[in-house]
Ligand binder design. Structure first.
Ligand code: ADP
Length: 315
């Protein structure tokens, strides 16, 4: 189901948590709301869910104005980082909870829980208790629970935040695959640009309560509308007064069309190397090279080099 956010604003005292936000979340997409801490991401998610009411603006889900509709009647599944399972209920009972509250027949609940546990690959853990699951398994149970009511929209607030890096990475891939299978419109909040770029097919980038840019992740990465988006979405440096991706620069030994400079440091990070150059105009920039390029050019600290933008032909 598509979601339209129309001129939403939410203030807490003098804090403008969300200010005049408009965005379109397309049907079946996996959209990430991305921004630094305090930029209003969670507040925006709460406005979609109905856990908070906007001071101004409307929330439209699939053509229905739900701004004044109680969260329980919005057909939304939630999954939050701080998700607290019912500790006295086993996995199957946790997953089926929403359906039981909705007084669905027992046979229907059993069938749906079975189907969901197979989907999140916890079918062999149905009778375990939450304390007997790993962090990643608990989070998968939370997702199954959110999906049990067949929501129109799935909202995930930093769902992998509390997990270690390896499990996080696994779950990201897993959520992507799950989304490809069930295609429920999903909105994920994250402050982690890599997570957003990897998982989402649409991004909404926020800063200080406002949307600064939205669209396809690659398009935003390649054509950021502002320096903020540029810096937030990936490595960046400044060259010739313009914010630039360090892998879009190259080092040359002839100065033809290049700016002269002196190498001040070389940091090797496995496959890539970061070479910092103090330029003749007094500014400093850094260039990302492959290990191969670094060794071929025989670069070392204090060497004089030219820096220029790579031309398309080099890619
Ligand atoms: P994010 O999710 O991007 O970290 P939030 O939406 O949580 O940002 O917060 C946006 C701003 O609103 C922050 O300045 C935060 O302190 C403030 N804020 C959020 N919730 C409340 C609240 N319940 N009461 C007061 N201020 C809040």
């Amino acid at each position: 189901m598509s979601i339209s956010l129309n001129n939403l604003s939410k203030r807490y005292g003098s804090t403008h948590a969300v200010e005049n936000v408009s965005a379109e979340i397309t049907h079946g997409s996996l959209t990430a709301i991305l921004g630094p801490s305090g930029s209003g991401k969670s507040t925006l998610l709460k406005l979609i869910s109905g856990l908070e009411a906007p001071d101004e603006g409307r929330v439209i889900i699939d053509g229905d104005d739900v701004t004044d509709v109680d969260p329980r009647h919005r057909d939304i599944g939630f999954c939050f980082q701080s998700y607290a399972p019912f500790r006295h209920m086993n996995v199957a009972k946790n997953v089926g909870f929403g359906l039981k509250v909705r007084k669905r027949p027992a046979a229907e609940i059993d069938a749906r829980v079975k189907e969901l546990l197979a989907l999140v690959k916890l079918d062999d853990k149905a009778s375990r208790y939450p304390s007997q699951l790993s962090g990643g398994e608990r989070q998968r149970m939370a997702l199954a629970r959110a999906l049990a009511i067949e929501p129109r929209v799935l909202l995930l607030d930093e769902p992998f935040g509390a997990l270690d890096a390896v499990v996080r990475q696994e779950l990201r891939q897993w959520v992507k695959v799950l989304h490809e299978q069930i295609h429920v419109t999903t909105v994920l909040v994250t402050h982690d640009q890599q997570e957003a770029m990897e998982v989402a097919d649409q991004l909404i980038v926020m800063s200080a309560g406002r949307v600064v840019q939205s669209g396809n992740p690659l398009a935003l990465y390649e054509s950021p509308a502002t320096d903020f988006v540029h810096e937030f979405l990936g490595p960046s440096t400044v060259f010739g007064g313009v914010v630039t991706r360090p892998h879009d620069l190259e080092l040359v030994s002839v100065y033809d069309g290049a700016m002269k400079g002196r190498i001040t440091s070389i940091v090797s990070l496995g496959f890539e190397a970061q070479v910092t150059v103090e330029l003749s105009d007094g500014t400093t920039t850094w260039v990302q090279l492959s290990r191969n390029e670094l060794s071929k050019m025989g670069l070392r600290v204090a060497l004089l080099v030219g820096v220029r933008r790579r031309t398309d032909a080099d890619f």
